[in-house]
Design a binder for this molecule. Structure first.
Ligand code: URA
Length: 255
């Protein structure tokens, strides 16, 4: 896409004011594609023609997009190929708002993953650094799950889940055992509990319940940090734009 030179320069953040950006052009300090350009209204495509100020290449910082999605069941959190799609898999990326450009849709990644059958709050972003800041194990961001099982959950099970249980983890076909960290577990009803985890092993909640002989029939993520899905008023499959918020301060808090 084409942009005028003075607009491009202002967006780089390299000049204190729009006037300074224009002065730099008029002074002959700016080159486009290696040639001095003194016309501030020159239109060009910055993807194909690099701009330099006094020999230093300038770029526009990426505008990142971050969304909160109310994930329905039946969507996977990975990019899929045609064959997987023909087998009935559907990626969460199909739920991205239509107004996003294809380029932005392609840049989107999920912040962590929810299983295909799991519903609830899923953050999606173009900002890889944000993903790392939220999902890195040492960040200990709280994730709150509402879990319902086929069989009744005993008080002793709640005690065990809170203190930590031993689950099996699988990495590239290699199976190992893992003791889960203490978790906050509250009873919801006879077959249901609310579990708050500060870690995120693959299928952790399902495996924790399975270790006690329970089959999970419904798993819903209600919150990430202080971000509660029910406060957002999002219907299943709907997204909310969070790009303008400082998400780190919201999810950094423990729920
Ligand atoms: N734990 C699970 O077992 N599945 C999820 O989707 C999320 C957490």
């Amino acid at each position: 896409m084409k942009i005028r030179l003075h607009q491009f320069l202002s967006k780089t953040g390299a000049f204190p004011s729009k006037r300074d950006a224009k002065d730099a052009v008029w002074a002959g300090d700016v080159t486009v594609n290696g040639q001095v350009m003194k016309n501030i209204s020159f239109q060009f495509n910055p993807r194909t023609k690099p701009v330099a100020y006094r020999g230093e290449v300038l770029t526009i910082p990426e505008d990142h997009i971050t969304l909160a999605l109310h994930k329905p069941a039946g969507y996977v959190c990975s990019r899929i190929n045609k064959q997987e799609r023909s087998f009935g898999k559907t990626p969460v990326f199909d739920l991205l708002p239509e107004h996003l450009s294809q380029r932005d849709k392609d840049r989107m990644v999920t912040v962590g993953r929810l299983d295909e059958a799991t519903t609830g709050l899923l953050l999606m972003t173009t900002d890889g650094q944000l993903v790392h800041q939220i999902t890195a194990p040492d960040q200990h961001v709280a994730k709150v799950y509402l879990v319902h099982t086929a069989s009744a959950i005993a008080d002793a099970d709640i005690q065990n889940l809170s203190e930590g249980v031993t689950i099996e983890l699988e990495d590239n076909g290699k199976v190992s055992t893992y003791r889960t960290q203490p978790a906050n577990v509250q009873r919801l009803d006879e077959n249901g509990v609310q579990i708050t985890l500060h870690e995120g092993k693959k299928r952790q909640v399902r495996r924790m319940l399975a270790s006690l002989g329970h089959d999970v029939v419904d798993l819903h993520r209600a919150a990430v940090g202080e971000l509660w899905l029910e406060d957002m008023g999002l219907g299943e499959g709907d997204c909310m734009d969070m790009s303008h918020l400082n998400l780190l301060t919201l999810v950094g808090e423990t729920a």
